[in-house]
Design a protein around this ligand. Structure first.
Ligand code: DCP
Ligand code: MG
Length: 356
């Protein structure tokens, strides 16, 4: 049985573009996107709901977006402004609970189990948070309320934009049964295809399967998905995450196909830069793994990692070769290298001394 908490997932509506429309009322009512240049590499970061009616989506190539919606107005992004709004909504959350886990600039989990506002009604707290956000920023947000994290996230999408949806503990099983599996965070394109090929489409299908079957199908994520479909998610809301990795990445001005060119960039630019950036962490922490990340020209991202306790050029190189082979000949848009950090030695010693 899962541990029930009162979790709210808050997610701003069409975030970047809503900020742009707020600050330029001439855009109200038009289909608008924030994003990319009109050259062949440009992409849309996000678009408003008017543009979504035409089929425009996040991460869509600008050229494609314009084909679907010729009147689309495309405006450049202003990251500093989005960060400022993010700070403002964070301040609102803090009034209700210290248990806040931001997932990106525009979304966060809040654990309001111990919040005493509105006699502890998470539904009313969520409503008030959305009002506070609108009052302070002029922007709308949606919210999901559920006893566990993954369902709160699914729920925040149910009545988007400017809405909220509650799943009470006794509604969990019924809700999960009919829930399409792609709604569960962690189920991407590849996983979804495997599930569909195995005849699994909604929560009920997974509930009727054996856990070992899911594990065979999906590896370690199989057990997680199986648990989710029972309504189980024991993850707590994690405040102030301990940094788990340090990385450096670069998007190229031209896509690159050639392994030797990628190797050269990795050796000459990325690894030296990573070493520099990692220095301050390595006083207190040990390296636990090395990793390479690639984004192919179709925006599919792949990451390959290996356990290792030091910077090892040969390992980075073999990870790059393996990651590149996953692209089956596609060119590379972005290359990144990172190290995974072990838990802090110093913190561990401090904790031990508490009991000493
Ligand atoms: N974003 C991006 N590239 C993506 C996806 C998102 O740059 N591929 C940015 C722009 C979004 C912001 O992150 O405004 C938040 O992402 P969401 O997925 O929450 O999307 P929106 O807030 O834009 O829309 P929604 O109303 O669906 O939440
Ligand atoms: Mg959003």
């Amino acid at each position: 049985m899962s541990i029930n908490r009162k979790i709210i997932h808050v997610d701003m509506d069409a975030f970047y573009v809503s900020v742009e429309i707020r600050d330029n009322p001439a855009l109200v009512g038009l289909p608008v996107a924030v994003g990319g240049n009109s050259d062949r590499r440009g992409v849309i970061a996000t678009c408003n709901y008017e543009a979504r009616k035409f089929g425009v989506r996040s991460a869509m190539a600008t050229a494609m977006a314009l084909k679907k919606c010729p009147n689309l107005v495309i405006v450049p992004g202003r990251m500093a402004e989005y960060k400022e709004v993010s700070r403002q909504i964070r301040e609102i959350f803090e009034y209700y609970t210290p248990l806040i886990e931001p997932l990106s600039l525009d979304e966060a989990y809040l654990d309001v189990s111990d919040c005493t506002e509105f006699q502890g009604s998470a539904t009313l707290i969520a409503q008030q948070i959305r009002r506070d956000i609108f009052y302070k920023t002029g922007l709308t947000a949606s919210a999901g309320i559920a006893p566990v994290k993954f369902l709160a996230k699914v729920a925040s999408d149910e009545n988007k934009p400017n809405g909220q949806f509650v799943i009470t503990p006794d509604q969990v099983v019924e809700f999960v049964k009919t829930m399409p599996l792609e709604k569960i965070s962690g189920v991407g394109k590849v996983t979804l295809k495997k599930l569909h090929d195995a005849g699994l489409f909604v929560g009920e299908d997974v509930r009727n399967s054996k856990e070992v079957f899911l594990s065979q199908l999906l590896g370690s994520y199989g057990a997680v998905l199986w648990a989710r479909c029972q309504g189980i998610d024991n993850r707590g809301v994690e405040t102030e995450r301990v940094r788990k990795s340090v990385g450096v990445e670069r998007t190229f001005s031209e896509d690159i196909k050639d392994l030797s060119v990628l190797k050269q960039i990795m050796h000459e630019k990325l690894i030296p830069e990573l070493k520099k950036r990692a220095q301050s962490y390595l006083d207190k922490r040990h390296i636990g793994k090395l990793g390479v990340k690639l984004k192919f020209n179709d925006f599919v991202v792949t990451t390959k990692e290996q356990k290792h306790n030091q910077f090892d050029v040969a390992t980075f190189e073999s990870l790059l070769v393996e990651a590149l082979s996953r692209g089956e000949g596609r060119a590379v848009r972005l290359l990144g290298v990172h190290i995974g950090l072990e838990d802090s030695v110093v913190d561990a010693i401090e904790q031990l001394s508490l009991f000493g």
